[in-house]
Design a protein around this ligand. Sequence first.
Ligand SMILES: NC(=O)c1ccc[n+]([C@@H]2O[C@H](COP(=O)([O-])OP(=O)(O)OC[C@H]3O[C@@H](n4cnc5c(N)ncnc54)[C@H](OP(=O)(O)O)[C@@H]3O)[C@@H](O)[C@H]2O)c1
Length: 254
Amino acid sequence: MARVQKNRPIQVQSPKKVLITGGVRRMGLAIAHAFSERGAVLGLNYHHASKKEAEAAQEECLRRGAKQVFLIKGDITKEAAAVLGHFLKLAKGIDVLVNNAGVLPPQRTLEELSLKDLQATLNLNLLAPFALTQAAVKEMKPGSAVINIASLGAFEIWKSRIDYHVSKAGLVTLTKALARELGPRQISVNAIAPGAIAADPEQAKRIGTLEEKIPFGKYGVPDDIAKAVIFLAYDASYITGETIIVDGGRSVFR
Ligand SMILES: NC(=O)c1ccc[n+]([C@@H]2O[C@H](COP(=O)([O-])OP(=O)(O)OC[C@H]3O[C@@H](n4cnc5c(N)ncnc54)[C@H](OP(=O)(O)O)[C@@H]3O)[C@@H](O)[C@H]2O)c1
């Protein structure tokens, strides 16, 4: 006979231990700020950013209310286990893993795209989130969450972005496969697919003129993504394997 559970009342959740890859810049930093405002213990992973930039991010997170902020330098394509291990040692546990780090490589036609290029994109956008999740879930308790930052590029195809599309579509499928695998342990695995998000004028310039293709008529900002991450981390109680598209309505044209 089907089992009916008691309703799950909305509760104010306690602070969480959160590791964010690429956590000291742009979208990763906005996500870090949002968790800081909820008093989380944070691990901010970074690779190319300077120590100064990382320390500024740490200071701002503490100012916004983070309980503790650990800076974890490391290339997640090569040192995923070490990055995760370092965070676990410092934070003594993990409740939320945000796989935010990623790359949008330059446009390359089929002729220009080498196997090495493809491998490099997959390493960062798909294999590193896999490796980090595999290591993190060993330490996660029921109620924990993995949140992958995918892309609208998982669902639509842009010119000469073969490696990016394959990597982000792979991440969406990985999200579903891991949700099935980890559901019995009450660990949720979800993704967010941002549309065009511009953190600064330089990034807006790189995205190009897309506004007319967006019903809201404007690019998103990193905070739009952070809000969706916070929803998945704190309030979503019966969602797993899902990808939330945050694109100002752009995908209505698909
Ligand atoms: N902006 C958009 O319009 C948009 C749209 C769709 C999806 N996304 C996705 O959103 C995520 C964040 O994007 P963003 O706009 O904030 O882009 P971004 O400024 O290029 O950020 C990329 C992040 O990845 C980190 N990173 C790169 N290589 C790394 C490595 N080997 N090890 C550890 N961290 C590494 C970077 O940290 P360091 O600089 O310290 O190396 C940086 O924080 C990415 O997954 C991206 O694909 C963005």
